[in-house]
Each structure stands twice: as C-alpha cells, then as structure tokens.
Design a protein around this ligand. Structure first.
Ligand SMILES: [Ca+2]
Length: 231
C-alpha cells in the first residue's frame, strides 16, 4: 500500500509539472483585424462597413461569428452617457432587404499589458460572452501581446422580415436578441457605459435570405451603414 501511495505521489507531482509547462506553452493565438477595425468618434460618428450576410451567425464557425467576414469598430465612451449604435443594410434585392444586420459590443479596456483592439481573440467569436485570456500572442509573429479582456455588454439582430429563423437551441435561450422595430434591414442597440473607456463592437449579418444566402453571393461583403449617437 505504501508503495502505491508513493507511486501516486510521484505521478501527481509529474502531472503538476506537466500542467504548469503546458499552461505556459498554450498561449492564445489572436488574429489581427487592423485593416477592418474602424474608429468611431464625435468627429466620425457614421461610416459604411462591409460584412458578409452570414458573418454574425455561421454554421461553419459553430454558429459563432466569423471574425474576418464581420466588421469591427472601436470608440471611447464616457461613463453615464447613453450611446445608440444603428446598423442599416443599404443594398436591396428585388426591393427587399435580405441582409439582416447584427451587433455585439464589449467593454475593452486598453492599457499597457492588454491586447489592443486591433486583434480579435480568434477567427470566430462568441456573440454574448466575456472573452478573457491571461496570455495572448500574435498568431503570425508569435509576439506576446498581453492579456485579452473583453467584457460583454449586449447584442441584437434585425428580426424584421427574417424568414430563415433556423437556430440551435442554445441560441434560442435569449443569448442572441432578435429585435422587431418594423424596419427590415436595420437594427440598433443602446447602452450606458458603467465605466469610461474603450468599447469595441462587431457588426455582421444574421441568417441571410435568398439571393445572398448561398453560392457566390454568400461570399460577398455588403455595405452596412453604421452610426453612433451620444458622443
Ligand atoms: Ca429591424
């Protein structure tokens, strides 16, 4: 029996060493979005962003958002002010808006030791959770970038006129918020920051309808006018 306990002790301490070394070796590899990360401010509160119709909720990404087919935005917001972010698809097909825009926002503090807003955590993103990791590196250069800290605020997608409502059970539990505001192709969210600082949002398309839901048209990015009020 004693022998067995000794062996067990050795095995446990080896497991401990292995856990520590694997922890330091498993940095999150984060992906650059610098070319697709627009700054919004009082001087530049409205811009046209380009997104794929299926970028916010995509089967091939496990129903998560597709980082490089969505558009990213970042801005400095003040505690206690109310901000409204509006996304409107501008293209029409046979007189209908078939791209349903969606938005998700996070508080993303920026200071030394934290990953810049020019990086997304992965090639896919969860649309409703905090994204926190103690150790991130650039996926290409392997340069250490610091800690990833994104604290979820809220999300919404345009549900008006949406006929393709197939959603997995997980997504029907209120994690993604469908908004009916009577205007197809448009969605908006508003919130009051609890702390002043940098906030980052992603804009994408949710369950596109024909003719942009399949074939070559599904691989195209379409314009979405995005505006922020409250600066
Ligand atoms: Ca709408």
């Amino acid at each position: 029996m004693k022998m067995n306990f000794k062996k067990l002790g050795v095995a446990l301490s080896l497991a401990g060493v292995s856990a520590v070394s694997s922890l330091s070796a498993t940095a999150a590899e984060v992906t650059a979005i610098k070319g697709d990360n627009s700054e919004f401010s009082a001087a530049n509160p409205a811009q046209t962003l380009m997104v794929r119709g299926d970028s916010f909720y995509n089967l091939t990404m496990g129903y998560k958002g597709w980082t490089h087919h969505s558009a990213w935005m970042h801005m400095k917001l003040q505690h206690g002010q109310q901000y409204r972010i509006t996304a409107t698809a501008t293209d029409e097909f046979n007189g209908e808006k078939v791209l349903h825009p969606a938005i998700a926002c996070w508080h993303r503090p920026q200071r030394e030791g934290l990953v810049s807003t020019d990086y997304a955590y992965s090639h896919f993103y969860n649309q409703w959770e905090d994204i926190v990791d103690p150790y991130a590196v650039d996926e290409v250069t392997k340069q250490p970038l610091g800690q990833m800290k994104m604290y979820f605020i809220k999300n919404a997608y345009d549900r008006d006129g949406l006929t393709s409502q197939q959603m997995t059970e997980q997504y029907q539990q209120g994690n993604l918020v469908g908004i009916l505001d009577g205007q197809e192709g448009k969605v908006e969210i508003s919130f009051v920051p609890q702390v002043s600082g940098v906030y980052q949002c992603v804009v994408g398309g949710f369950n596109p309808e024909p003719p942009i839901n399949s074939g070559a048209a599904a691989g195209v990015k379409y314009p979405v006018e995005v505006s922020v009020t409250g600066f």
